[in-house]
Ligand binder design. Structure first.
Ligand code: 3HC
Length: 295
C-alpha cells in the first residue's frame, strides 16, 4: 500500500528544485522549499511567482488558483521546518559528498516513516540510500527541465527500496500528472544514458568541423524534429551540471562516449555554464540568444 503524502519537502530552489516545488504545489500538496540562504530562496520563489503570473496572463489559470498554489509553498532556510514532511525530494548540486552531508542532518530531523527521494541525474541512488537510517524508504525521482513542462519522471528503485516506498513514489509522480517510468538504479537511468552522449557527440562534431554551433543545432531541430538543438540543450541543462553528469557516467562505465570533450572542459574553465551564467555555446546577454563569438 502506498503511503499517504500531504506535505512535501524540496531541497534546493535552483533550476530543478523550484520547478519540482511548483509542480507539487499545483498538484495540491503543501510544500516546504529549503535553500541555504534567503537570497537564493527568494530567487527560486520569484521564478515560481513569475511562472504563476504568466499562466494567469495566458488565461491558463485563474488568479485565485495561482494564489492558492503560491500559498501552499513555504520557503525556509532551516531543515527543522521539514520535520513533518511525508516525502522529501532533494534537488541540490550534483555532488555526492554534499548530498550525503545534507541527508545526515535531515535524517535526524524528519519523521522516520517519511520517504526520501533524490532527483540525481546520474549518481547511483543506493549510495545515498545506504547513508541514511531508512535505506528501504529511499527512491530516485528524476524530473526533467523545465519540471513544470516535461511530462516524464523516472522513478528509480535502489537495491534497498521497499515495494511500499516505490509504490508511494510512483503514485506521487502520477498524482502530479506526470508519466512515471520505473527504471533500475543504473547511472544515467534511461534518459541521461542516451541524452548525455548525444550532447557530448554534438560537441565533438563541432570540434571536428562538421558544422558550426548554430548549424548543428538547426540541423537536429529541422532534421530530427527536436525542440532544441543539442548545444542549445547543453546550455539549457547547464554546462557545469552536464560536466558533473558525464564525469559520473565515465567513472561508472569507462566508455569514451561519456568523456568530457575538450570544448566542454575549456568552457567550464572559462566559467561559461550555459544559459544560467549568460554565456555558453550562445551569448544570452541580448534579447535573443546569439552564437558565442568565441566559436
Ligand atoms: N517553466 C514553466 N513553464 C515553462 C518554462 C519554464 N521554465 N519554459 C517554458 N515553459 C512553458 C511555456 O510557458 C509554454 O507554455 P504554454 O504552451 O502553456 O504557453 C510552453 O512551456 C512552451 O514554451 P515556449 O513557447 O516559451 O518555448 P518552446 O515551445 O520552445 O518550449 C521548451 C520550451 C519546453 C523548453 C522546449 O524547448 C523543450 O521541450 N526543450 C527540450 C527540453 C529538454 O529536453 N529537457 C530535458 C533536459 S535533460 C534533463 O532535464 C535531465 C537532467 O538530469 C539533466
Amino acid at each position: 500500500m502506498p503511503q499517504q503524502i500531504k506535505q512535501v519537502g524540496v531541497l534546493g530552489a535552483g533550476l530543478m528544485g523550484h520547478g519540482i516545488a511548483q509542480v507539487a504545489a499545483q498538484a495540491g500538496y503543501e510544500v516546504v522549499l529549503r535553500e541555504v540562504d534567503d537570497a537564493t530562496l527568494q530567487k527560486g520563489i520569484g521564478k515560481i511567482e513569475k511562472q504563476l503570473a504568466r499562466a494567469v496572463e495566458k488565461g491558463k489559470s485563474s488568479q485565485e488558483d495561482a494564489d492558492a498554489v503560491r500559498g501552499r509553498i513555504a520557503g525556509t532556510t532551516d531543515y527543522k521546518d521539514l520535520a513533518g514532511c511525508d516525502l522529501v525530494i532533494e534537488a541540490i548540486t550534483e555532488s555526492l559528498p554534499l548530498k550525503l552531508e545534507m541527508w545526515k542532518e535531515l535524517d535526524a530531523i524528519v519523521k522516520p516513516e517519511a520517504v526520501f527521494a533524490t532527483n540525481t541525474s546520474s549518481l547511483a541512488v543506493i549510495d545515498q540510500a545506504a547513508a541514511t537510517s531508512r535505506p528501504g524508504q529511499f527512491v530516485g525521482l528524476h524530473y526533467f527541465n523545465p519540471a513544470q513542462v516535461m511530462k516524464l519522471v523516472e522513478v528509480v528503485r535502489a537495491l534497498t527500496t521497499t515495494e511500499e516506498a516505490f509504490e508511494t513514489a510512483l503514485q506521487f509522480a502520477r498524482s502530479e500528472g506526470k508519466l512515471a517510468i520505473p527504471t533500475k538504479d543504473k547511472a544515467g537511468f534511461i534518459v541521461n544514458r542516451l541524452l548525455v552522449p548525444y550532447m557530448l557527440d554534438a560537441m565533438r562534431a563541432y570540434e571536428e568541423g562538421v558544422g558550426s554551433v548554430a548549424e548543428i543545432d538547426e540541423a537536429m531541430k529541422a532534421g530530427a524534429g527536436h525542440p532544441m538543438g543539442p548545444l542549445t540543450l547543453a546550455d539549457f541543462v547547464g554546462l557545469d551540471t552536464l560536466g558533473s553528469i558525464c564525469d559520473v557516467l565515465f567513472d561508472e562505465f569507462r566508455e569514451r562516449r561519456f568523456a568530457r570533450p575538450p570544448t566542454l572542459r575549456k568552457m567550464l574553465a572559462a566559467g561559461w555554464y550555459g544559459r544560467k551564467s549568460g554565456t555558453g555555446f550562445y551569448d544570452y546577454s541580448g534579447e535573443e540568444p546569439r552564437e558565442n563569438p568565441a566559436f
